[in-house]
Design a binder for this molecule. Sequence first.
Ligand SMILES: C[S@@+](CC[C@H](N)C(=O)[O-])C[C@H]1O[C@@H](n2cnc3c(N)ncnc32)[C@H](O)[C@@H]1O
Length: 442
Amino acid sequence: MQNAPESSLVGQEYEVEVGPVAHGGHCVARTQDGRVLFVRHALPGEKVVAKVTEGEEDSRFLRADAVQVLEPSKDRVEAPCPYAGPGKCGGCDWQHAKPGAQRRFKGEVVAEQLQRLAGLTPEEAGWDGTVMPAPGDKLPAGEVPAWRTRVQYAVDADGRAGLRKHRSHEVQPVDHCMIAAPGVSELGVEKRDWPQMATVEAIAATGSNDRQVVLTPRPGGRLPLVELDKPVSVLRVEERDGSVHRVHGRAFVRERADERTYRVGMGGFWQVHPQAADMLVKAVMQGLLPRKGDMALDLYCGVGLFAGALADRVGEKGAVLGIESGKRAVEDARHNLQHFDRVRIEQGKVESVLPRTGIDEVDLIVLDPPRAGAGKQTVNHLASLGARRIAYVACDPAALARDLAYFREGGYKPRTLRAFDLFPMTHHVECVAILEPAAKGS
Ligand SMILES: C[S@@+](CC[C@H](N)C(=O)[O-])C[C@H]1O[C@@H](n2cnc3c(N)ncnc32)[C@H](O)[C@@H]1O
């Protein structure tokens, strides 16, 4: 083990008043000698003892855990999960906050990012400032929605399944992850030993009984005989190059959304909350209002979720082009949407495929990029296509806010913005912004 440098402040304790929530699942605090702390396990307005977990004398900021709460917030609850807390599981950030307060914090983070990176107030973004829970997730304090339909367990040196600690490779073994969906828990992954495995991902599809585990052996590790409490298909990930191989059963699971079944194969992307795909399709379609005959783009289209919904609505005279970089996801999208003559799925990165298509005019655009967002080049290109409306689905409010600023340079402004709590207990939040040409509304 490496020794900490002499200038390390790890272990140092500060008594601090806790300030606002910041993006990333922590609050900001300032020590008496002016140091900035990002404190986990604290809540705004509390007085806590914060113990430094990362940082040195000359660091711009220090990371810390609240190890003692001197004056608790009225938003605080006893964390329902025994694995939540300083130095334990890194999966949930807000187990110690009331559910309503969690959503309020997420709203504050979205508002702060919009203001700081795009210069937008909630009103200017067309947002009422709220973060909406999924139906059924509004539970009394102390109860936890079991929403994670995909859980990647890490395996410790003794072969026990668990979850990684915050910003660490260390594994916190767990008997039961409270946010795992019943379909995941029923498999019994946590009760079994997984010697020679690095990770075990459990997937419980929504709208079908398909269950799958995706095993990643350690280098040289041998695959176990997989005997779980429910029948599953099994995939294996090659540590060396990340390639995924079918071991037994189907190579995909069937997910349902917007009254259609989607095949999602070989570890391809699908929304994790069981209600998310439906809720997002609804928000996007309500915002875009597709018309028969429209030409639409679905960028970063995964297995074709929004392309399918658009294809239904633009009809036979319309057309949809999906672009997705994952080769297997593209195969699935083509399979899922094969009965639509006027849907085309192109494989490759949006930034290189879109210019090659030669498309210079469209009616509608959906973009649902990964956490990094779309970036200036892609946003500039999209803003030049004359779309009537653009739906931006975002899992990172910082990337969304930055891209909204680029869209403004390109002549688009948000018409509405909605925020959804599709990751309860964590700091993550999903947003859907609907944009329109600025000239239209001004
Ligand atoms: C957040 S997921 C959205 C998938 C889909 N819209 C859905 O809701 O199921 C982002 C997708 O973008 C793909 N992707 C990542 N970077 C990309 C890029 N530069 N160009 C095209 N696709 C990309 C990923 O493989 C992933 O399928």
